[in-house]
Structures are given as structure tokens and as C-alpha cells.
Design a protein around this ligand. Structure first.
Ligand SMILES: [Zn+2]
Length: 148
């Protein structure tokens, strides 16, 4: 684990809780097509944790990733800012996909802690900005940034 990242988040005493919740919700994953089960847990600014698993569909494009599922639960509950994300799958290391990174960027700063658990149960830590350094943000759509 990169302790520099984790030490930055000493206020997040529940890092292990976040990992455990990602592991737990992964059991609910619906992945009959890929058998690639993923669990995600998001720590929101309120201190509450929201979880999500991947949900596949016979029309593959209709499938939802675990990270997006967790983010939807958080936003539905009124959360608008995320502090940390944990993701667990059954591969050596699973990074959030590009669509999820973009989706999360709406509610995450570049210093959001991202914990990725490998199949041995060892977490790797990243900052959100490491995974998506150039997110498309609302600020880019503001009128003062438009050119005629
Ligand atoms: Zn995704």
C-alpha cells in the first residue's frame, strides 16, 4: 500500500471498512456473461459509504459497472462529493474503466483516494488524478471558456 496516499487521508479511519464493504457487495454482482464480478464502495463527504456491484445484461451495452452503480446510490442519497473509492474484483488488479472515471469525475477531486484490491487481498492506492489526469469537467462548458 502506498502509505503516502493513505496518510493524507488519516481522517478516513474507515479505509478498511471501505475495502470490506467492496468485498461484501461484490457477492451480489450479476455477471452471468463475463463471470467478472466487481464490487465498489464509495466514501462520500458526509462520511457515509455507498456500495455497488456490476450488473450485466443480455444486451451487453446496457450493463452497469460497480463503480457507477455505487456512485448512483450516493448521488441518489443526496451526496455530491466523494472522498475515497475502493474496487475489488477477481483479477490481479482491476482499474475503473474510462466511462466510470469520467462519471466519477463529476463528484471527485483529483486527490480522491482510490484503493484497488488484488486477488491476494492487497490494496494498491492511487489518487483519482493519477487515473484520470485530464477529466472533462463542467468548468470547461462555462461561457467564459467558450470561443466564438
Ligand atoms: Zn466502469
Amino acid at each position: 500500500m502506498n502509505h503516502n496516499h493513505v496518510n493524507k487521508f488519516k481522517d478516513l479511519a474507515n479505509v478498511q471498512t471501505l475495502l470490506n464493504q467492496a468485498i461484501e457487495v461484490r457477492k451480489a454482482a450479476y455477471a452471468p456473461y463475463s463471470d467478472f464480478k466487481v464490487g465498489a464502495a464509495l466514501l462520500a463527504a458526509s462520511g457515509k459509504i455507498y456500495t455497488g456491484c456490476n450488473v450485466e445484461n443480455a444486451s451487453y451495452g446496457a450493463s452497469i459497472c460497480a463503480e457507477k452503480n455505487a456512485a448512483l446510490s450516493a448521488v441518489k442519497a443526496g451526496e455530491r462529493h466523494f472522498k475515497a473509492l475502493a474496487v475489488v474484483a477477481n483479477t490481479p488488479l482491476t482499474y475503473p474503466c474510462g466511462i466510470c472515471l469520467q462519471f466519477l469525475s463529476e463528484f471527485a477531486d483529483s486527490d480522491m483516494l482510490v484503493l484497488l484490491l488484488d486477488e491476494e487481498g492487497q490494496p494498491s492506492t492511487y489518487l483519482f488524478g493519477d487515473l484520470l489526469p485530464k477529466a472533462f469537467k463542467k468548468s470547461q462548458m462555462e461561457p467564459e471558456n467558450h470561443k466564438n
